[in-house]
Design a protein around this ligand. Structure first.
Ligand SMILES: Nc1nc2c(ncn2[C@@H]2O[C@H](COP(=O)(O)OP(=O)(O)OP(=O)(O)O)[C@@H](O)[C@H]2O)c(=O)[nH]1
Ligand SMILES: [Mg+2]
Length: 328
């Protein structure tokens, strides 16, 4: 029984609709990984979280260090599903720093996670893409690991596999081999990678987040929603007769006058106009925002508001909208 080198699924040549399908059973990659790697051809797979919790349960029975990877652009509404079920020491890794404006202080980002869990032994801010702080990450992994095995866990799309590929590239003679992609559920099963005689990293499939906009748009829109470089935040003064639209996936209205700053991918079409836009495909959320809070549109980005206010947020059905303490 051999496993796909890219996603960890068991290779099989019987059912093209199931994970791990390959026409030739002695291939090292399944067909999906082969197509992602060679043609950038993504196929959405539908997964549930049923397979995720047993992995966390098994990790919690060990003494192994856990590296919890969190995407700074798309911080999940709750990390408790993961941290509360682990008895292990956790190294918190805040990745994709290259997306968040440089003007944001690292201290504020770290502070944001202060009360998450007393299992967290330390925090590293990094970017796999820009090779930022990876030496610090490796030093801390060696500092805190109690055994040779270190598990890399987190939500889907957090950047776990990209980080391990970068570690392979920087610190070993092996080729980066794990499949990565913009789409959720790229890694299907655990992938064990021996980095050195005293370090083995285990990549794991990510937890799915309910209400993430990436599950509700097609691949073309998704490609523009996911920022590829530092976000240039855009500030508007929003008056009562105006609204801001983001493609045809989000519309923001306010009953008062307020300054709002949008942290979204700059590839999206953001426009200010009068409140007569068609929003028949969108669902209304009435959101009260207090001072020093942001409005989060799960997977799409966040909005900083200048002062207390009540906003009408219209977004695609199913997408989670909530407020959180601001780190800006
Ligand atoms: N800008 C930026 N993008 C990153 C970084 N790390 C990962 N990404 C991108 O984030 C997306 C998801 O990366 P993956 O490594 O596949 O994420 P994952 O956590 O392994 O996801 P699953 O396997 O689904 O659990 C890809 O499009 C990566 O290119 C980073 O440091 N900066
Ligand atoms: Mg992965």
């Amino acid at each position: 029984m051999s496993k796909c080198q890219g996603c960890g699924s068991v290779l099989q040549n019987e059912n093209p609709n199931l994970d791990g399908f390959t026409k030739k059973i002695d291939n090292v990659l399944c067909e999906r990984c082969f197509r992602i790697k060679n043609y950038n051809d993504y196929k959405k797979v539908i997964k549930t979280n049923n397979d995720f919790m047993p992995i966390i349960d098994n990790i919690s029975k060990t003494d192994d260090l856990v590296v919890l990877v969190v995407d700074l652009f798309s911080i999940p509404a709750s990390l408790n599903t993961i941290v509360d079920n682990l008895n292990n020491d956790i190294l918190l890794v805040l990745t994709k720093r290259d997306i968040i404006p440089l003007s944001v202080y690292d201290e504020r980002l770290i502070e944001y996670f202060d009360n998450l869990s007393n299992r967290i032994v330390d925090t590293v801010i990094c970017s796999a893409k820009k090779n930022f702080h990876l030496d610090e990450l490796m030093n801390k992994i060696f500092q805190y690991k109690k055994t040779n095995n270190v598990y890399v866990v987190g939500y889907t799309n957090a950047g776990k596999s990209t980080l391990i590929n970068k570690i392979l590239y920087n610190y070993t003679k092996m080729e980066p081999m794990i499949t990565t992609s913009l789409l959720p559920s790229t890694t299907i099963d655990a992938i064990t990678i021996k980095i050195s005689d005293d370090l083995t990293l285990i990549d794991t499939p990510g937890l799915l987040e309910d209400g993430n906009i990436l599950d509700y748009v097609d691949v073309n829109v998704l490609n523009r929603i996911v920022p590829k470089k530092e976000i240039k935040a855009i500030t508007y003064q929003l008056k009562d007769k105006q609204c801001i639209s983001v493609d045809n996936i989000l519309l923001i209205e306010n009953e008062d006058v307020n300054n709002i700053t949008l942290f979204f991918s700059n590839s999206l079409n953001i426009e200010r106009s009068f409140k007569n836009k068609d929003k028949s495909n969108l669902v209304l959320h009435r959101v009260e925002v207090k001072e020093r809070e942001d409005i989060v549109i799960s997977g799409l980005g966040f909005i900083k508001v200048m002062k207390h206010g009540i906003f009408n947020i219209y977004v695609l059905p199913g997408v989670l909208v909530y407020t959180r303490k601001s780190f800006i």
